[in-house]
Design a protein around this ligand. Structure first.
Ligand SMILES: [Zn+2]
Length: 116
């Protein structure tokens, strides 16, 4: 059974609604991809293989996906008075598990490759 879930673009606040099957837990919506997560476009069969969904604000299109034309008034929207939809990418990440434990995301800026 699927049900609609809404998210907003962290850049401009544009609201998008998608039909979700509901068996994957959402971790976060961020303006950048999390290190170690693999993202699929919303028109792909993202539930199952991917660790998240890559949206293009106002442009992503898929069955069950709707840009509502409204904007979130959340405090963490980067540019609440700019153009919306903004056409930039943002990322919905699902919770990932490895060996039964939840994988924590590493901020890009603190991600350092050691050795080699
Ligand atoms: Zn946007």
């Amino acid at each position: 059974m699927s049900f609609p879930v809404s998210y907003y673009c962290p850049h401009c606040g544009a609201l998008v609604e998608i039909e979700r099957e509901g068996y994957l837990a959402d971790k976060s919506v961020t303006p950048y991809p999390l290190v170690g997560w693999e993202y699929a476009a919303p028109e792909a069969e993202f539930e199952g293989d991917a660790d998240g969904v890559q949206f293009v604000c106002g442009e992503s299109d898929a069955p069950g996906l709707t840009w509502t034309g409204e904007r979130s008034e959340a405090d963490d929207v980067e540019n609440p008075h700019g153009d919306s939809p903004c056409g930039r990418e943002f990322y919905l990440s699902f919770v990932r598990y490895e060996d039964g434990r939840e994988v924590e995301s590493v901020p890009e800026s603190e991600y350092v490759d050691i050795g080699l």
